[in-house]
Write a protein of this length. Structure first.
Ligand SMILES: [Zn+2]
Ligand SMILES: [Zn+2]
Length: 320
């Protein structure tokens, strides 16, 4: 399986400002200490050797959109955040090289940050494309039509030329879709959200965003442990720190890095990707949370195998 992260930010797209880029360049130049680089390749090799990701990179600012390859030749896409626009551009190039123009979407839920990319998804305007939108919500079509009503957007939903169908999935069932086995689980979130588990070729990926896990609800936690069981990768909502998620931001419908590590360890998952980054966090803040998560994983591991903790960024690809 191959997992591509096209959008990893939560709630609202953000972009690095000029001052942020300037600070990164200034710090990298100071750290280089007068070294000379013959060409761009040498300079990039130096950047790759820097210990901090945030020194010369950004986690990105597009909202949630993740592509999973591993079933048949059709596209499998989780969520339609603003990262979907870039995926659409890339999809045109891949389809020109022969990939079928069939797109399977799986929606965590219908909040704006998870559907806002669809009106900008180029293949939706392609009369030769087939789009199937799977969701746990029976009102998914209503949400997508509403964001393209004339008061909000110039092109109506019926102006899209692709053949678009909606399919409601039910938790507890196993579905064979796009050459993979797909299951879903209801999550605690405003208007509900759904986590997905995709299995194919002996590998399993869980996509679980916008999910609040409550320390006082053990029954629910056990259901998630079972859902994440032995997954090769769990993509989890880690919008807040633990302190925030149990105090001021309790009931906001999101989880912390600590809860995600704990759940993935209990489930015997192999990798965790921190995801749905808080829009007010800068790259250094997200990297600090990543380091804390790795440290907590070590402290909490006991005699269990190591959980590899990744921090998702726009453009990250993970081969399983
Ligand atoms: Zn969200
Ligand atoms: Zn949400």
């Amino acid at each position: 399986m191959l997992v591509r992260f096209w959008g990893t930010r939560g709630s609202l797209p953000v972009a690095a400002r000029a001052a942020t880029i300037e600070r990164k360049i200034a710090r990298a130049l100071v750290a280089a200490g007068g070294q000379r680089f013959a060409d761009e390749a040498e300079a990039r090799a130096y950047i790759a050797s820097l210990p901090d990701f945030s020194a010369a990179h950004t986690y990105g600012g597009a909202t949630t959109c993740v592509e999973i390859e591993g079933g048949d030749d059709s596209f499998v896409i989780c969520d339609m955040g603003s990262g979907l626009r870039e995926l659409g551009i890339d999809a045109f190039a891949r389809c020109a090289a022969g990939k079928p123009r069939e797109y399977n979407f799986f929606l965590s839920h219908l909040h704006w940050d998870h559907i806002m990319g669809f009106p900008f998804f180029g293949p939706a305007f392609d009369p030769g494309a087939r789009i199937i939108i799977h969701s746990g919500h029976p009102d998914a079509e209503q949400a997508l039509r509403r964001q393209q009503e004339e008061i909000s957007f110039p092109v109506p939903f019926d102006g899209l030329r692709a053949a678009i169908t909606f399919r409601t999935l039910v938790p507890g069932q196993r579905y064979d879709i796009a050459g993979m086995t797909v299951q879903l689980i209801e999550q605690y979130h405003s208007h509900a959200s759904y986590g997905y588990r995709f299995e194919g070729g002996g590998k399993a990926v869980c996509f679980s965003t916008d999910a609040e896990h409550r320390i006082d609800d053990m029954e629910n936690e056990q259901a998630f442990e079972a859902f994440f069981r032995n997954a090769d990768l769990c993509i989890c909502d880690t919008m807040y720190s633990l302190a925030e998620s149990v105090s001021i931001k309790a009931d906001w419908g999101h989880s912390s890095n600590i809860v995600a590590v704990d759940l993935c360890q209990a489930a015997g998952a192999k990798r965790l990707a921190l995801f749905h980054h808080e829009p007010t966090y800068g790259d250094e803040d997200i990297e600090r949370m990543h380091r804390e998560s790795i440290r907590f994983e070590e402290l909490n591991r006991g005699d269990r195998p190591r959980l590899d903790v990744l921090c998702a960024y726009d453009g990250l690809e993970v081969a399983l």
